[in-house]
Ligand binder design. Structure first.
Ligand SMILES: *Cc1c(COP(=O)(O)O)cnc(C)c1O
Length: 307
């Protein structure tokens, strides 16, 4: 049964899967303890729930649970990645490379750094929205410390060649951050295969609740230099102080588990719907053109099309 209006803006946000809501409900009234309370069973129960969710999120992206740091969403994760790396070692010279097509959650912290005297290079994509890796390479300097390029674009769905960019940054000791808010849960993401050091994700773009996300921070020795945005109780290994949002975290974990199970089937289903919609538009609307590139993964991601 078709019910109107039809919601077609899943890049802006998604409805919460009923199974996610079900997983969250007990956290409000039963598992309501503070996971930082180490002295009693209420705290332990909340801590166990958080640990299970951390593993679910880690499993979705091929990470170790200790590499997952819960935040309030991709905006905070992006700010933490960009600003955290930029301010961690104040005495070192600093240059940042990003793209003109990044989300404002990356672009605006970069602009703020520029106002503070940091040099930032903004690489333009090609016409299809995908970056030319050679342009990233040309932008690198001896003092470049961070490259930030999103995995999937929030407007046209193109996938950027993150692994190829990592092949440039890794040998040079440059950190690579990717905003994967639009990719996680929709296309297979493996942080090891991508070669990224930092990755942002958010629950509300993958059938989870709003106001919860995570920053993956690669474990390495010595520890990757990143400073917290704010100070306080030292939660999340000191990277994100503040009492944990247990219901949100449990919801993100449940959403991650569902996405992991459904990813291949959903990609096929959404891809078929996309093709049907675009076929219909093209048949009825003369001169319709599209943005993006299926060659860049847009098609695989269930987004993007050719004119
Ligand atoms: C939605 C989105 C964000 C912001 O995420 P929030 O969790 O809403 O803060 C950041 N980057 C991209 C690419 C997004 O699509």
């Amino acid at each position: 049964m078709l019910s109107l209006p039809i919601y077609m803006d899943h890049h802006a946000t998604t409805p919460v899967d009923p199974r996610v809501v079900e997983a969250m409900v007990p956290c409000f009234t039963e598992t309501f303890g503070n996971p930082s309370s180490r002295q009693h069973t209420f705290g332990w129960a909340a801590r166990d729930a958080v640990s299970a969710a951390r593993r679910q999120v880690a499993d979705l992206i091929g990470a170790d649970p200790r590499e997952i740091h819960f935040t309030s969403g991709a905006t905070e994760s992006d700010n933490l990645a960009v600003r955290g790396v930029a301010t961690a070692e104040p005495r070192r010279p600093l240059h940042v490379v990003t793209m003109t097509t990044e989300h404002h959650a990356v672009l605006d912290p970069c602009r703020r750094l520029e106002r503070e005297g940091v040099e930032v290079s903004y690489v333009e994509p090609r016409r299809d929205g995908i970056c030319d890796v050679a342009d990233i390479e040309r932008a690198l300097r001896p003092e470049t410390r961070l490259v930030s390029v999103m995995t999937a674009n929030n407007e046209i769905g193109v996938l950027q060649p993150i692994a190829e960019i990592a092949a440039l940054t890794r040998p040079r000791g440059v950190l690579l951050h990717t905003d994967a808010a639009q990719a996680v849960g929709k296309v297979p993401i493996d942080v090891g295969a991508l070669g990224v050091d930092l990755l942002s994700l958010t629950a509300h773009k993958m059938c989870g609740p709003k106001g919860i996300g995570a920053l993956y921070v690669r474990r390495c020795r010595p520890r990757l230099a990143i400073a917290p945005l704010f100070d306080g109780g030292g939660q999340e290994q000191g990277l994100r102080s503040g009492t944990l949002n247990v219901p949100g975290i449990v919801g993100l974990g449940a959403a991650a588990a569902i996405c992991r199970d459904d990813l291949a089937r959903e990609a096929r289903r959404v891809g078929a719907l996309r093709n049907r919609l675009l076929g219909g538009l093209r048949a009825r609307l003369a001169g319709a053109t599209g943005d993006g590139s299926p060659a860049g993964g847009g098609a695989a991601a269930g987004r993007g099309w050719t004119a």
